[in-house]
Ligand binder design. Structure first.
Ligand SMILES: Nc1ncnc2c1ncn2[C@@H]1O[C@H](COP(=O)(O)OP(=O)(O)O)[C@@H](O)[C@H]1O
Ligand SMILES: [Mg+2]
Length: 466
């Protein structure tokens, strides 16, 4: 049986041509099309296609539109067809398990993709054992919510502020992840945007042995565990409303309810600890190790989805040196990953293994910044040797931060070096790394050209680059 295909694009001529060329297809039949956003939801609801080819619509960014379609029609294969100007969405789309084709599209390409499973995400690469980053709606009535464009879930319809989601990761303990997370977070906090400081949140995803709060002399209550408990209360309430006994509900049911739970953007607030000197907000790891065992994948999923919708301009996640689901979810949640190691053979070996895993999962390498911390004047390995070992692109910078006694003092005193008066080589190096993270963002923003709201943002980033 032929697969049922819906075409979406405002370019009517191009669609007509593609349709003509598809008539002969043995595998696909075009059953509907939409040239404007209003028609998209109607055609998806009435035609219930197997496959959707999403192109450009004036009223919607292709990435946002695909995300909405993926949400409303989770079981349908989505192929995004991007113009050169839209190709910067590719990593984002791939992460949503959406195929991406560059325009002009050939019928054979669509036929070929219609026979493939979705593009690899970390789940399909066997990297995680928990919930996929974008869990599939299990509800068969998903189409019921798509009655009109207004029925688009409110949390998706909301205009999202540009956000910077950064994970600091290193597959070895003691290499400086927490130190770097703290300094980067404080640094971003100090950069004003349109005359106001950025809203910055640091999240301690080292659930069992995190020390982020300690590194700022802060209490560890409330924390991620108290938030997880509050999430469970909401899920129980949802189950009760539907007559389900939460005591006997299985893990799959909890997972399903968590997937459909939509927290408001401000629901993170009660679980935040504030660092008064810098104004940094922190979601700390639990006080006790056994509480960390109670934080499940579905909690992490709900938390990250809520954070994505929150008001924070920058969200920085500190992680554990492991490949737990918390860590993997953080990596796939982020637009930038700072991969930290020290110039010792075991740290370097583990970074190499991690890079291999990410490459196998087709993780976009341009998101990764490699940073070698605690560099001493004489090292066994030069940065160039390390680059060659990691097989990094020759154009990619490896960042380094010198070993500095001041760092140890600043950790013990709970006082970020970014808040001190003194300049030091370590501080300068961290600022350089911070600027590289936001400069890359600036390039992405520049590609999106000529949108007034983007201009305000790029002026901030150009301020940063001075
Ligand atoms: N650049 C540096 N110079 C000197 N000591 C450092 C530096 N970076 C980290 N350290 C030391 O390493 C210790 C471990 O750092 P931490 O950030 O807790 O590592 P991780 O989070 O990766 O386990 C810190 O307490 C600090 O004493
Ligand atoms: Mg740490």
């Amino acid at each position: 049986m032929k697969k049922r295909l819906v075409l979406i694009d405002e370019d009517v001529l191009a669609l007509t041509e593609l349709k003509q060329r598809m008539i002969a297809s043995q595998f696909l039949s075009v059953i509907g099309e939409a040239h404007q956003i209003e028609d998209v939801w109607k055609v998806l609801q009435t035609e219930q296609p197997d496959l959707i080819l999403v192109g450009s619509l004036r009223q919607a960014e292709i990435g946002v539109l695909c995300q909405q379609i993926r949400f409303v029609c989770p079981q349908v294969t989505v192929i995004a067809t991007c113009s050169a100007k839209e190709l910067h969405w590719e990593p984002f789309l791939r992460n949503l398990q959406i195929w991406v084709l560059a325009k002009p599209v050939q019928p054979e390409q669509v036929e070929l993709l219609s026979m493939q499973p979705s593009p690899s995400s970390y789940m399909q690469s066997g990297m995680g054992t928990g919930a996929p980053l974008v869990p599939m709606q299990s509800s068969p009535s998903a189409f019921a919510v798509a009655e009109s464009p207004v029925a688009t879930p409110a949390y998706l319809a909301k205009k999202e502020k540009p956000k910077h989601l950064i994970t600091v990761y290193g597959p070895k303990g003691g290499v400086g992840k927490t130190f770097l997370s703290r300094e980067l977070a404080v640094y971003f906090r100090q950069v004003p945007q349109n005359g106001r400081p950025l809203k910055v949140l640091a999240v301690d995803f080292n659930l069992d042995l995190g020390t982020f709060a300690t590194s700022l002399n802060l209490p560890r209550t409330p924390n991620l565990f108290t938030w997880a408990q509050a999430i469970d209360q909401q899920i129980v309430a949802m189950m009760q409303r539907e007559g389900i006994d939460s005591e006997t509900a299985g893990p799959q049911e909890w997972q399903d309810y968590a997937t459909s739970l939509r927290l408001g953007a401000d629901e993170v607030e009660p679980f935040i600890v504030v660092h008064e000197q810098s104004g940094l907000h922190i979601l700390t790891s639990p006080r006790e190790i056994r509480q960390s065992f109670e934080i499940k994948d579905y909690h992490l999923y709900v938390m990250l989805e809520t954070l994505k919708q929150s008001d924070y301009d920058v969200i920085l996640i500190d992680t554990a040196p492991d490949t737990s689901d918390a860590t993997i979810q953080a990596l796939f949640f982020s637009q930038r990953v700072v991969l930290v190691g020290t110039p010792v053979v075991d740290a370097i070996e583990n970074i190499q293994r991690l890079l291999k895993l990410l490459r196998e999962a087709e993780y976009p390498e341009e998101r990764i910044q490699v940073c070698i911390n605690r560099l001493q004047r004489k090292e066994m390995f030069t940065l160039e040797e390390i680059r060659a070992y990691f097989q990094l692109h020759p154009g990619k910078t490896i960042f380094s931060i010198p070993d500095d006694d001041e760092v140890k003092r600043s950790i013990n005193a709970g006082m970020p070096i970014m808040l001190g008066q003194q300049r030091s080589a370590a501080r300068d190096a961290i600022e350089k790394l911070a600027k590289s993270i936001v400069t890359m963002e600036d390039e992405t923003a520049a590609k999106k050209t000529a949108k007034p709201k983007e201009k305000a943002r790029s002026s901030m980033w150009s301020w940063l680059r001075r």
